[in-house]
Design a protein around this ligand. Structure first.
Ligand code: MLT
Length: 253
């Protein structure tokens, strides 16, 4: 599989898995922070997003994305890495934790959930597919923005999310919508996580709210739980300094 991966720094590897419908550019502030702290940062574009093509015969499942994370490690002869996933990236990290726990040295789950989609969310995915087909990626991002960011989010962050999301290819977005809609419940996988885990959530996240993330942390042995004050769903973009503090504390163990 051809993957576009930004690979910077030396030291213990940290893989960043982006949210929907964005790409690896969302991790710039975290990449800089972990590289400055002496780690190697690998940020990949999931298949169909950013500069990673969608393989023509790819089935629309989370496994395609989890396989991409493994391929990113394989290509660099890395057996394991710390894995950071936000929202869709968290679904992917949890899938990898369930299928290939040996590849994960430590896990950071941000603004995500283990439960499958509720019926109304599944129905919303279908509407969003038709919106993207009819009016393009930009229309979907515009619809999602009020849920992705806190109302008073920095306008520059809002503009970046608009630009990144609006630039995604409709087929990549549709693929992810199907993969997210049809993903199974990963709640039982939480009990089996045996690596150091950080759970991080924006205090104003309306998509994966703090009470759910706190419950998730409660099911993972030894997990730390951090709420990022003032941030909505895209907590790493909205409050990078607080997010990075949590990330570096987790990496340092
Ligand atoms: C994301 O930020 O990745 C999405 O909100 C995930 C989702 O739609 O379930």
């Amino acid at each position: 599989m051809h993957l576009s991966v930004e690979d910077q720094g030396r030291g213990a590897p940290v893989v960043f898995v982006h949210s929907f419908p964005l790409d690896r550019r969302m991790w710039a502030a975290q990449r800089d922070a972990v590289v400055a702290a002496g780690y190697r940062a690998l940020a990949l574009d999931l298949p169909g997003f950013g500069e990673s093509p969608l393989p023509p015969d790819a089935a629309p499942t989370l496994d395609l994305y989890a396989d991409a994370v493994r391929a990113c490690l394989d290509a660099r002869q890395l057996e394991r890495a710390a894995v950071v996933g936000l929202s869709l990236g968290g679904y992917v990290a949890l899938r990898l934790a369930a299928t290939h726990p040996d590849r994960i040295a430590a896990l950071a789950l941000a603004d995500t959930r283990a439960a499958a989609d509720a019926p109304e969310v599944r129905a919303g995915r279908v509407l969003n597919m038709s919106l993207v087909r009819k009016r393009g990626s930009g229309a979907l991002v515009e619809k999602m923005l009020p849920m992705l960011l806190a109302p008073d989010a920095d306008p520059a962050v809002r503009d970046a999310v608009r630009a990144w999301g609006g630039a995604q290819r409709p087929e990549g977005i549709e693929h992810a919508l199907v993969a997210m809609r049809d993903r199974g419940d990963a709640t039982s996988a939480l009990d089996a996580i045996g690596v150091r885990t950080a759970v991080i959530v924006g205090a104003r996240d309306g998509i994966t709210p703090p009470h759910e993330m706190r419950a998730m942390a409660g099911r993972i042995a030894g997990a730390t739980y951090t709420e990022v004050d003032g941030a909505g769903h895209l907590s790493n973009l909205e409050r990078p300094a607080a997010f990075n503090d949590a990330l570096l504390r987790w990496l340092a163990g």
